[in-house]
Design a protein around this ligand. Structure first.
Ligand code: NCD
Length: 316
C-alpha cells in the first residue's frame, strides 16, 4: 500500500514552488516514489481517489501535462473531466471566477488549471472550495514539472544536493525554469540560467546568469534544455543560426560537461534547435523518463492535496 506523506504535506493546493518548503517538496517526491512502480505498468495503483471528481481546466495547449494529470487521477480511481476552454462559456465572456464557482458547485474535489495569465491558479483557489493544482501559468510557475524533474534526477543519481544545473535557452519566458530554480535552490544546489541576452535581460528572479554555455558546461551535473517559446515572442530579435551555434546541445558540447551529465527537456522539443536527435535520444537523456516521473509526481500531488482537503472538510 502506498504511503502518503500526509504528516509533511498538509496543504490542499499546489500553486507553485516559491512558497513551498524543502520538507514539503520531499513529501511529494517520497510519495511519488511510492507510486513509481504503478507508472511503468508493473503494478496496479491503489484506488485512493475512487469516487472523486477532478476537472482538467486547460486554457493553453498541452500534451504531457494534461495527459499525465489524467492518467494520474484515473489510475487512482478518480474521474477526470476535460474542460475545453475553446467550446466553453469563457468564449461568451463568462469570467473565470463564475466558470470555476459553478463547476465547483456541482461537486468537485480538484481543479488542475493551466492558464495564460500569471496568478490564475492562486485566484481560482480563492474562488472555490476544492483543491487547486497549477499546471502552469504564463511564464510564472509550473510546479509539477519542476517536481518531476527533481524526481527524475534524484532517482537516477541518488543525489539531491551540491549539484550544478544549467537551465539553457529561453529562460525569461520559461515557467519551467522559474519553478526549477525555486525548487533546486532550497536544497543547496547551484542553478545557472544560460542564454543570450535577449532571453535573460529582464529576469524578475535572483539567479546566476551566463551567456557562455561552453564555459559553464564542465561544471554541470544536469543540463536542462528549454524550448524557444516562439509563441511568446512578438518578433524574434535574434538570429536562430547564431542561437544554434552557441546553445544547441550537440554530442561535442555534451562531451564538455561532467562525465555522465544528465540531459533533461520538459518538451515539446524543437528538434534541431535546442538539441539534436543524437542527444535527445541518447544514453544521457532523461526525456522519456521525465514523462514517466510526471505521472508519479501528479499521483502524489493529487492524493496529498485531496487528503488535505478531506482533513479540512472533516474539521469544518
Ligand atoms: C512546458 C510548458 O508548457 O510550460 N511544457 C510542459 O509542460 N511539459 C514547456 C514548454 O512549453 O516549452
Amino acid at each position: 500500500m502506498a504511503k502518503l506523506a500526509t504528516d509533511r504535506w498538509t496543504r490542499k493546493h499546489l500553486l507553485g514552488l516559491e512558497d513551498t518548503t524543502a520538507d514539503e517538496i520531499l513529501a511529494v517526491l517520497d510519495t511519488a516514489n511510492e507510486f513509481f512502480p504503478c507508472c511503468t505498468g508493473r503494478r496496479p495503483a491503489p484506488r485512493l481517489l475512487e469516487g472523486r471528481t477532478i476537472l482538467n481546466l486547460f486554457c493553453e495547449d498541452s500534451t504531457r501535462t494534461r495527459t499525465s494529470f489524467t492518467f494520474a487521477g484515473e489510475r487512482l480511481g478518480a474521474r477526470v473531466y476535460q474542460f475545453h476552454a475553446a467550446t466553453s462559456s469563457l468564449k461568451k465572456n463568462e469570467s473565470l471566477a463564475d466558470t470555476v464557482r459553478n463547476i465547483d458547485a456541482m461537486g468537485l474535489d480538484a481543479i488542475v488549471i493551466r492558464h495564460p495569465q500569471r496568478g490564475a491558479p492562486q485566484r481560482v483557489a480563492e474562488y472555490v472550495g476544492c483543491s487547486v493544482l497549477s499546471a502552469g501559468d504564463d511564464a510564472y510557475e509550473h510546479p509539477t514539472q519542476a517536481l518531476l524533474d527533481m524526481l527524475a534526477v534524484r532517482r537516477k543519481t541518488g543525489r539531491f544536493e551540491g549539484l550544478t544545473l544549467a537551465l539553457v535557452g529561453d529562460v525569461q519566458h520559461s515557467r519551467v525554469a522559474r519553478s526549477n530554480l525555486f525548487g533546486w535552490s532550497k536544497f543547496g544546489n547551484r542553478v545557472v540560467f544560460v542564454g543570450p541576452q535577449v532571453f535573460t535581460h529582464d529576469l524578475d528572479v535572483e539567479v546566476e546568469v551566463t551567456e557562455d554555455f561552453d564555459a559553464v558546461l564542465p561544471e554541470c551535473d544536469v543540463i536542462m534544455m528549454l524550448r524557444v517559446q516562439f509563441e511568446r515572442h512578438e518578433h524574434l530579435a535574434f538570429d536562430i543560426d547564431d542561437y544554434i551555434r552557441d546553445y544547441q546541445l550537440t554530442p561535442a558540447r555534451l562531451a564538455k560537461a561532467k562525465p555522465g551529465a544528465l540531459v533533461l527537456h520538459p518538451g515539446p522539443i524543437n528538434r534541431g534547435i535546442e538539441l539534436v536527435n543524437e542527444v535527445a535520444d541518447g544514453p544521457q537523456s532523461l526525456i522519456l523518463y521525465q514523462a514517466t516521473c510526471g505521472v508519479a509526481v501528479r499521483m502524489a500531488a493529487l492524493s496529498l492535496c485531496i487528503a488535505a482537503l478531506d482533513a479540512e472538510r472533516q474539521s469544518g
